[in-house]
Design a binder for this molecule. Structure first.
Ligand code: ADP
Ligand code: MG
Length: 250
């Protein structure tokens, strides 16, 4: 579904991603773990076209988003193709990023109507179904300021799902939430996993990663240090850095 190879990204001369390669297969849940500052958010932002890479190649369902030319420069697909690719990808942020002046319903239907060109009626129907799925059927007319953090995050997930993405990315979706609200959000993500939604989840919830992920990627200092099944990475890490990181969560 997604293939990324040899991705490099620097900010102001500081190398942040230093040759990252990985793939995400259809129906798979990939957890990305690693210390703060290791480049996890930057990686997600690059794949979701919020940042441009310096070098490397990314394809989404065999469509080339970006590749590197002979002089080593990243070359992106044209605008029309990028728009098409972007619609296949959904991103849920740590800080929800809901529009505060929009109701829950408006937050969810805005992009489907204004970006994807779906009719208002259809978008509202989809939104209502998603709100039921998120356990928020009575919140359509509420505003973000009247919701708990866990409810906001579930609205953000509904908003991402409303565009029917092929892959959903989560950047530490629960790290702004207290334990009770974290559970609500993890329950929703677990449910999506059971429905075979393809997902990439950056998380500090090690128990959740172990339980839900098909594959775990450990990143440190801009590189993938280790990658494997949850059993391999959590029970029998081959790299000393992975071992030390995981030990910190015991
Ligand atoms: P993580 O999500 O693993 O904590 P990030 O991808 O957020 O790591 O950050 C990795 C490094 O990149 C950090 O040192 C951060 O300061 C730097 N960085 C991220 N975004 C920018 C930016 N827009 N400009 C400059 N530096 C950035
Ligand atoms: Mg981050």
């Amino acid at each position: 579904m997604i293939e990324a190879s040899d991705i490099y990204k620097s900010f102001d001369g500081n190398a942040i991603l230093k040759g990252i390669s990985f793939q995400v297969n259809k129906g798979e849940v990939v957890a990305i773990i690693g210390p703060s500052g290791s480049g996890k958010s930057t990686l997600l932002r690059c794949i979701n076209l919020l940042e441009k890479i310096d070098r490397g190649r990314i394809t989404v369902e065999n469509e080339v988003m970006v590749s590197t030319n002979d002089s080593g420069k990243a070359v992106y697909a044209d605008k029309k193709n990028l728009r098409k690719i972007r619609l296949k990808l959904g991103l849920v942020f740590q800080s929800f990023n809901l529009f505060p002046h929009f109701s829950v319903m408006q937050n969810i239907t805005d992009a489907p109507v204004n970006v994807a060109g779906i009719s208002k009626d259809e978008a509202r129907k989809i939104a209502r179904e998603l709100l039921v799925k998120m356990g928020l059927e009575d919140k359509a007319d509420a505003y973000p300021c009247n919701l708990s953090g866990g409810q906001c995050q579930r609205v953000a997930i509904a908003r991402a799902l409303a565009l029917n993405p092929d892959v959903l990315f989560f950047d530490e979706p629960t790290s702004a939430l207290d334990p009770q609200l974290t559970m609500e959000v993890l329950r929703v993500i677990r449910k999506l996993a059971q429905e075979n939604m393809t997902m990439v989840v950056v998380t500090h919830e090690m128990g959740f990663a172990r339980e839900v992920a098909d594959r775990v990627i450990f990143m440190d200092n801009g590189v993938i240090v280790e990658e494997g099944t949850p059993e391999e990475v959590f029970n029998n890490p081959s790299n000393e850095k992975t071992r030390a990181f995981i030990k910190g969560f015991d």
